[in-house]
Design a binder for this molecule. Sequence first.
Ligand code: NAD
Length: 310
Amino acid sequence: MDDATIVSLDGPFLAGGRHPRCSQSEVAHKAQNLHASRARLASNVVSHCTKLVERKRKVSEMILVTGGAGYIGSHVCIALLDAGLEVVAVDNLCNSNKASLDRVQSICGRTLVFRHADIRNEEVIYDVLRACGVTAVIHLAGLKAVGDSNVRPMTYYENNVLGTMRLVSAMKRANVKTLVFSSSATVYGIPRYLPLDEKHPLGPTNPYGRTKLVIEEMLKDLYRSDDDWRIGNLRYFNPVGAHESGLVGEDPLGVPSNLLPFVAQVAIGRREKLLIWGQDYDTPDGTGIRDECVAPAETARCAYGQSWHW
Ligand SMILES: NC(=O)c1ccc[n+]([C@@H]2O[C@H](COP(=O)([O-])OP(=O)(O)OC[C@H]3O[C@@H](n4cnc5c(N)ncnc54)[C@H](O)[C@@H]3O)[C@@H](O)[C@H]2O)c1
């Protein structure tokens, strides 16, 4: 029975108590049906409203993504928007381009808020947290090139460690105490066994890795001091690949410090060739096999043109 039938039956029943053209039993039967369909309608309305409330609750969650314009950040923004959450991305664009966030928005068909800012600027971060009503932070902003960190260690400590301190301080003031921190598998150092697990001893071998470990320890101390905090440290290995649309991928500024973006830049003609290093590794030709790409550039170019999965 649809809504219109219910409405048309309401008049005679409510007004007369008994339908003029029906017998007593027919009236009882119709009344029973009417009752059942009203119950069904009510239950549909309740379930519809519950969904709306749930959706509204989700939509009102605002997540701050630091380093949101970067490689991992742009994919995180897509996942959050696709899940119905609101996003504010903060990035100083030292290794990325705002165009990636324009693409994120066109992929998702939704908008996000972008603030061109440095996480070391505590006041700006505090303003963003308060003005946008942020409820949780995914912290990806950081410098990440291992070789560069050997050359400029203090820049890495200042950007990564001090930046996280300022971010956390702003969060504390704004009473936002949920944080996911992008650490790195580099905190394990040279593997003593494989596959690595969380029990593996920690011992980073470069300044970049040490900044990540210092931050992890700092966040542990913060949690010990106040267990209202909810903190997750994610120790990523090197992610590769791009969004299936091909619109968002790893596109660092300057010379890439990871192999795969280098391969991609050769594949699309932005760079002439890929240099393969090493002469005295214990391999058939002396090069470091772990650093070689077995796919010819043409394959990579085709893959890049469509969708980019390794
Ligand atoms: N990609 C990897 O292989 C990998 C592996 C392990 C961990 N991580 C970590 O994940 C995070 C994201 O990595 P990614 O590959 O997306 O790097 P990315 O360089 O593409 O993204 C980092 C973003 O942070 C921004 N940024 C840097 N310092 C900032 C600051 N002080 N204030 C505001 N923005 C700042 C950069 O402009 C960039 O957009 C980094 O913290 C990195 O250390 C990456």
